[in-house]
Write a protein that binds this ligand. Structure first.
Ligand code: 2NL
Length: 357
């Protein structure tokens, strides 16, 4: 019996892992184990023999079970110690750079423009990018022979033979939305229409799709003076420059009379453009008093109402504000570019935060 005890305790102490331990347990105290077989032999002993052997076998079995449990716990402790020693993390290591998305500059500038005009009582009107040539041209007093209508400049939708619907175009400005809104809401009216527009043009300063915001204010006695105040208020807020000066130059558009092109004050020093200072001027938009024929096309009586309108390129004013040199950077670029030019990533939202108002 002592030999048996010595044999198993030695083997248990030397077991290298849980599998080896389990094999020893089966061999010693499993159903057909050595100790169990010995216990079965008790039945064939005399009562005297049994009285000695029974308790001794039980004690041996208990001792082996305790030794197994103790060794198992010891192995688990050792395994944990080994993991703690090898599986550690250096929490002081710098994190990997995360790839955050960015708000597109055109979207960001559209939001800035919308917020500024919103405070002056203008709401946003939207409409289709594909529209009839009536809404895009005729309603705006653009005559049938006007060069802008030529296929050189305008994308016409293909039409199947026998399709008698009026010709449709990709809108070349957001003015058709303003005509539709005049029809739907009537006067008085104060709206801006931002959105994508299309012209057949592609070079360093033109992309076939670009973005415009047009504004329209109609009331009983709205004048060019109101237009000048609204635009100066807008540019001051947009560029974050108090009292920015504007210059109106007489011009011509079919949809306004009189018409003016509007410049903002700037300086060019050592090839550096600065907005709102100096003696130079930078053209930024076209504007004027809405032509009576255009009011009529929108269902508004020109004998009762009048108003101003203006249009400017969103991509262009975004380039001026953030110093982007090539328009194509907006539509064919990677994120490093945008970060370089100061556009915020999604994890640092700056909704209207850049206005310095
Ligand atoms: C430019 C010129 C302009 C308008 C757009 C407009 C719209 C209606 C009626 C009258 Cl519904 N006018 N829009 C007026 C003047 C100029 O844009 O050079 N934009 C970049």
């Amino acid at each position: 019996m002592d030999d048996l005890k010595q044999k198993y305790l030695t083997r248990i102490a030397g077991a290298e892992d849980e599998n080896a331990l389990e094999a020893i347990r089966v061999e010693a105290v499993g159903k057909k184990g050595e100790i169990s077989l010995k216990m079965r032999e008790l039945g064939r002993m005399t009562p005297e023999e049994r009285q000695v052997a029974g308790p001794a076998l039980n004690a041996l079995k208990n001792e082996i079970n305790s030794a197994l449990a103790a060794r198992k716990a010891g192995l688990a402790d050792a395994a944990l110690d080994e993991r703690l020693r090898t599986e550690w993390l250096d929490v002081t290591l710098p994190v990997r750079a995360s790839r955050a998305g960015t708000i597109h500059p055109v979207s960001q500038v559209t939001e800035e423009v919308t917020a500024i005009f919103g405070e002056m009582g203008f709401s946003v009107a939207e409409g289709p990018r594909i529209d009839t040539d009536w809404y895009n041209f005729d309603a705006l007093n653009i005559p049938g022979h006007h060069p802008a209508r030529a296929e050189m400049d305008t994308f016409y939708m293909a039409r199947a033979e026998g399709d008698n619907r009026p010709p449709h175009v990709l809108r070349t400005h957001t003015s058709p939305v303003q005509i539709r809104t005049m029809e739907e809401r009537g006067a008085p009216l104060r709206i801006i229409c931002p959105g994508g527009v299309y012209r057949a043009d592609y070079d360093q300063t033109h992309t076939p799709m670009f973005h415009q915001v047009e504004g329209l204010a109609i009331d009983k006695d709205i004048s060019m003076a109101n237009l000048k105040w609204v635009l100066e208020e807008f540019f001051s807020a947009f560029f974050g420059i108090e009292g920015i000066r504007t210059r109106f130059r007489a011009s011509h558009f079919p949809f306004t009379e009189p018409s003016a092109e509007v410049d903002i004050q700037c300086s060019w020093i050592d090839g550096q453009l600065r907005i709102g200072e100096g003696d130079d001027w930078m053209e930024v938009l076209g504007s004027g008093m809405v032509h009576p024929k255009v009011l009529k096309a929108g269902g508004i009586d020109p004998d009762e109402w009048q108003g101003f309108a203006f249009g400017m390129g969103i991509d262009r004013i975004a380039m001026l504000k953030y110093g982007v040199p090539d328009l194509r950077a907006f539509f064919d670029s990677d994120l490093r570019w945008l970060r370089h030019y100061g556009f915020a990533s999604l994890d640092q939202p700056t909704l209207h935060g850049g206005l310095n108002r």
